[in-house]
Write a protein that binds this ligand. Structure first.
Ligand code: ADP
Ligand code: PLP
Length: 289
């Protein structure tokens, strides 16, 4: 393997299997987080090692859900990893159970300084925080921006991180560019802002980085939104990066995969709540490697 910190283009030598710590919640019903990251990244030929941040009976868009925050076990969990001597090529974080878990992620970074840092700063959408997120958690999440090799907020999360007011979805390229510039100034190396929908039938993802020009990738928008698309998008984006694709190619791939999975989900019972059913499009991920 070449230096994992050289994100684009990530190169694998021979049959090497990269190992990724996936720091997300585990959700019983309503496909998202680890339930997405493990299969998608495994299909891309990666060894996914979960660090569960919380256990949920169902995702938080259900009116009732049970949550168990795992913060108190993380020190022991990571101590045991240190003793075993696990080598990591990447650390991919998402939905957190508490503000204190940011410290656990920083500990993994310190223990694995060469590992890529992919931060999906899951905190909310549509201008509102998810119900389990507190202001303290959002403030803590901002500490993960500095040094992130790849940061993947939606507009709500970008606004929480930058302090620029959320202005809805119908924003100009200039507004998105300014948000990305702020995130790069805060220390992120590459930023993808996802899911911008201006009501013109397109959904847009934007990318920019210290060595990557600001670009837009627009695609046809399906006339319904589903829960868990952000997690599937970020996992597919990372899958493509780990397969050696450029950031632009990875952004385009992830958008196609989410769209294809959404089309299939539409035909399933309870399609609005079950999360994105990506199982039958995993072959597209396998095809990356
Ligand atoms: N209705 C849709 N039609 C086509 N693609 C979609 C649709 N909804 C989401 N996607 C794809 O999934 C990505 C992530 O979804 P989004 O809902 O923006 O994430 P989040 O859950 O983080 O807010 C989008 O950027 C887009 O590429
Ligand atoms: C438990 C849980 N995990 C993860 C997510 C992230 O979902 P999305 O991919 O839509 O950002 C959510 C969003 O509500 C959630 O409730």
């Amino acid at each position: 393997m070449t230096n994992a910190r050289e994100l684009f283009l990530y190169r694998r030598e021979g049959a090497y299997i990269p190992r990724i710590a996936a720091v997300h919640d585990l959700c019983g019903y309503g496909k998202c987080s680890l339930g997405v990251a493990i299969p998608v990244l495994s299909a891309a030929g990666c060894d996914v090692c979960p660090v569960p941040t919380s256990l949920f009976s169902a995702h938080t868009k259900f009116p009732t859900f049970y949550m168990h925050d795992t913060t108190s076990m993380l020190d022991g969990y990571l101590d045991a990893w240190s003793e075993v001597g696990i080598g990591l090529d990447a650390v991919y974080s998402g939905f957190l159970g508490s503000a204190g878990q940011v410290g656990a992620i920083q500990r993994i970074y310190a223990d694995h300084p060469q590992a890529l840092r992919i931060v999906d700063p899951v905190m909310g959408d549509g201008g509102a925080k998810y119900p389990t997120y507190t202001d303290e958690m959002c403030a803590a999440m901002a500490a993960l921006v500095d040094g992130a090799d790849l940061l993947t907020p939606n507009l709500t999360e970008a606004s929480i991180l930058t302090g620029v007011d959320y202005q809805g979805q119908d924003v100009t390229d200039e507004f998105v560019r300014e948000n990305m510039r702020r995130l790069l100034d805060m220390g992120a190396k590459n930023v993808v802002i996802k899911g911008i929908s201006r009501g013109d039938g397109k959904i847009r993802n934007y990318l920019a980085g210290s060595d990557v020009a600001f670009e837009e990738v627009a695609a046809e928008q399906l006339p319904y939104m589903l829960h868990g698309t952000g997690d599937l998008y970020a996992s597919a984006l990372l899958a493509a990066v780990m397969a050696g694709k450029s950031l632009y190619e990875s952004v385009a791939f992830a958008g196609r995969l989410v769209r294809d999975a959404m089309v299939i989900t539409r035909d399933q019972p309870d399609f609005e709540l079950r999360g994105v059913s990506f199982e039958s499009v995993l072959g597209e991920v396998t095809g990356l490697v």
